[in-house]
Design a protein around this ligand. Structure first.
Ligand SMILES: Nc1ncnc2c1ncn2[C@@H]1O[C@H](COP(=O)(O)OP(=O)(O)OP(=O)(O)O)[C@@H](O)[C@H]1O
Ligand SMILES: [Mg+2]
Length: 261
């Protein structure tokens, strides 16, 4: 939760308001991941704690190897932490067995990988609709939303193409549509703009931001491109597996974005 959010919740409690405090979309406590490579132990993530409220968009930045992808993979329930806990909408992820976790992830989490992982024999539209059919939700309204989303991401005229017929950036945008289509509580994106030109990058991050803000999802985006932090509410800087700095004052976030080359 942001400082302002925390203050508002406290004020509300003090005023005796009936509204219960909102459950954070994402709570991470003392999260750690170590890898053993022969004799060596590598601490990819070393004791990270933070909270993201519904409707909050966070950028995760930091040098290569600082643990961003490892952290995101643990948040997505794709990688088991060595220590610490992840809760999504109040649910401790570690309490779910494999089967329950798969279903939970499919409904609650949208994820775009650093590499895009599209199914090569399905069209653009089919790759996106796949998320919905896994959840048993391929209604006409959902199909309309898929078309709208693909249009917003500049793929309206490529619906029937196979991934092999698309550029890297276009493929990445399909995987972004796939991460958003089922309106997950938590959206996690690892370098979503890496293979996009500037104009497309802005368009994609704006789409992320408006969905997160308007529909009160929680979003975390790993990015090397500081220009993209103008769309987020908070910037978390990682170094050597730890949170080095958190910038959550809007003026400071704007300064970071303006100072970018
Ligand atoms: N499966 C693995 N086995 C051993 N070490 C790993 C493994 N995956 C990641 N690491 C190590 O953990 C550290 C963090 O890696 P991670 O991929 O999380 O970094 P990153 O911040 O995403 O980097 P980049 O910006 O290059 O994508 C690195 O030192 C990496 O070599
Ligand atoms: Mg990475």
């Amino acid at each position: 939760m942001t400082a302002a959010g925390a203050r508002a919740a406290r004020d509300e409690a003090a005023a005796g308001s009936a509204a219960p405090p909102e459950t954070p979309a994402l709570e991470v406590h003392d999260l750690t991941k170590t890898y053993r490579l022969g004799e060596q132990t590598i601490t990819a993530v070393g004791g990270v704690t933070f909270t993201v409220a519904p409707g909050e968009f966070v950028a995760l930045v930091g040098p290569s190897g600082s643990g961003k992808t490892s952290l995101l993979a643990m948040l997505a329930g794709l990688l088991r932490p060595t220590e610490g806990t992840v809760r999504i909408a109040g649910q401790p992820v570690a309490d779910l067995n494999d089967r329950a976790l798969t279903r939970f992830r499919r409904r609650m989490i949208g994820f775009t990988f650093q590499s895009n992982n599209l199914l090569p024999y399905l069209t653009v539209l089919e790759n996106v609709l796949l998320m919905l059919s896994l959840n048993g939700r391929t209604t006409p309204a959902a199909r309309t939303w898929a078309l709208e989303l693909l249009e917003q991401l500049g793929l309206g005229d490529r619906l029937d193409n196979l991934p092999s017929q698309l550029s890297g950036g276009q493929q990445q945008r399909v995987s972004i549509a796939r991460a958003l289509i089922h309106r997950p509580a938590v959206v996690l994106a690892d370098e979503p703009t890496a293979s996009l030109d500037t104009e497309r990058a802005h368009q994609v991050v704006e789409t992320f931001a408006s969905l997160i803000h308007e529909e009160r999802r929680a979003g975390i985006m790993v990015t090397h491109d500081l220009r993209m932090v103008r769309y987020v509410d908070r910037v978390v800087q990682m170094r050597d597996g730890m949170l080095e700095r958190i910038v959550d004052d809007p003026t400071d976030v704007a300064k970071l974005a303006e100072g970018a080359p």
